[in-house]
Design a binder for this molecule. Structure first.
Ligand SMILES: Cc1cc2nc3c(=O)[nH]c(=O)nc-3n(C[C@H](O)[C@H](O)[C@H](O)COP(=O)(O)OP(=O)(O)OC[C@H]3O[C@@H](n4cnc5c(N)ncnc54)[C@H](O)[C@@H]3O)c2cc1C
Length: 402
């Protein structure tokens, strides 16, 4: 039988772990499905020094482990499985080992390295071609390696590689002196005696039969090609979101990142997205954990609102008068109070449910309630909208009773 949870989190990177901490602490039955070890990309970097409160000396694996232990301490269940399919409207997730259900889902599958897509890359992956210095740097003790890219990840990982490799050559597409990394890391790398720089260049192919022997570079200014003998090549040219499984279901931006609102809600009710997989400005640990926390709080609210709505409106045996109101609007609240009085004078026939429509996202989205239309009354019969009253008065309410 498929396992069921209140909150099912897909991916155990920083976003998923933070969501787990918030979900489990709110007493939701929470599980994280993760195919590898917790920590995601953050666990693949040896130097992670910009997470507030965790300064120099902090490592990605160390910080990830603390987050995972924190989540576990609050009661998060870790499920080691690879997600291979999902039916998001039904909140059903399929893994290699089984199926899982959640009342709410947080999609936090993160991103994976962008490939160079040149000859030799696929064939020599794991044989000198790598996307993770933390995982593989020690294999290159006293050897020569190249790092492709100039962003934060490329520069930080190049510095880490200098602890092992004999030489590290940065292959950068930009003009001399221009990198995409933050100036502090860049300055440090420029000063490193072990790091050399090749500017205005791209990798054309990776050469070698069994293992990497060299890379062919092209100077984009002169068109000149040359071979650089190396034993390894580390590729850091960005990441692509892991959204293949949902590309026809969730709304994505042109680059394939999931579009959410500020509460991390996607276009499917009860499905939230957090972390690097989301369309956003800054992809870092600190923003991933912020997303995860927001998503978990929004998911908890969604579950609560939905359960109440199901019980009081959808499954009511009597017709239900629902009053949507804005508690900060005094005049509207008074008008909404008219419904109370009216139903008290006409007891027995209807149930009354009042909804703060400024906070209840579920109802607001499901029934397209706009704040400018509040207060608003809807009569539900057998779980379906029967009548909508845009103005609340004794006359309109009398009409409703009929
Ligand atoms: C080399 C490197 C260095 C970095 N340095 C820093 C830094 O110094 N500071 C900083 O703040 N940020 C840094 N970052 C960025 C940071 O790591 C990410 O922003 C952060 O990890 C994003 O977290 P996430 O949870 O959204 O996604 P991810 O970390 O990508 O986690 C997603 C998780 O989902 C799992 N998953 C994916 N698909 C499946 C599936 N089908 N089934 C089950 N599980 C699945 C993955 O295994 C992974 O654990 C670095 C990234 C890299 C690659």
């Amino acid at each position: 039988m498929a396992a069921s949870y209140d909150l099912l989190i897909l991916g155990g990177g920083p976003a998923g772990l933070a969501a787990g901490i918030y979900g489990a602490r709110a007493k939701l039955k929470t599980a994280i499905i993760e195919k590898g070890r917790p920590g995601g990309q953050a666990a693949t970097t040896e130097e992670l020094e910009n997470y507030p409160g965790f300064g120099p000396g902090t490592t990605g694996p160390g910080l990830s482990q603390s987050m995972a232990e924190h989540a576990e301490a609050f009661g998060v269940e870790f499920i080691k499985d690879t997600i291979i399919g999902m039916d998001l409207p039904d909140k059903k997730i399929s893994g290699k080992k089984g199926d899982y259900y959640g009342k709410a889902i947080i999609f936090a599958l993160g991103a994976e390295p962008r490939l160079l897509s040149v000859a030799g890359e696929g064939k020599l992956r794991g044989k000198g071609v790598s996307y993770c210095a933390t995982c593989d740097a020690d294999l290159f003790e006293e050897l020569d390696v190249a790092v492709v890219g100039s962003g934060d990840a490329a520069i930080e990982e190049a510095e880490y590689l200098t602890r092992f490799a004999e030489s590290v050559t940065m292959v950068v597409i930009h003009e001399e002196g221009h990198v995409d990394a933050n100036p502090v890391s860049a300055e440090r790398a420029f000063k490193s005696p072990k790091i050399e720089w090749i500017w205005n260049s791209t990798v054309q192919k990776i050469n070698g039969d069994e293992i990497v022997e060299s890379i062919t570079l092209k100077n984009i200014k002169t068109g000149e090609e040359s071979d650089l003998p190396v034993n390894g090549v580390f590729i850091y040219i960005g990441t692509v979101p892991k959204t293949d499984l949902v590309k026809d279901v969730l709304e994505l931006n042109p680059q394939g990142y999931i579009i959410t609102d500020e509460k991390m809600a996607t276009n499917i009710e009860g499905v939230f997205a957090a972390g690097d997989v989301r369309d956003k400005y800054l992809r870092q640990v600190v923003t991933a954990v912020a997303d995860g926390s927001i998503a978990a709080v929004a998911a908890q609210r969604y579950i609560q609102d939905r359960e109440l709505w199901e019980k009081e409106v959808m499954n009511s045996t009597k017709p239900v008068v629902v009053v949507y109101y804005d508690p900060t609007d005094m005049k509207g609240t008074e008008e909404a109070g008219l419904v109370d009085q009216f139903l008290n004078e006409n007891p027995g026939k209807f149930n009354l449910v009042k909804v703060d429509a400024t906070r209840n996202e579920l109802v607001k989205n499901r029934y397209q309630i706009k704040e400018e239309d509040l207060p608003l009354v809807q009569l539900f019969v057998d779980g379906k909208v029967d009548t909508t009253l845009n103005t609340i008065s004794k006359t309109s309410l009398r009409g409703l009773l009929k």
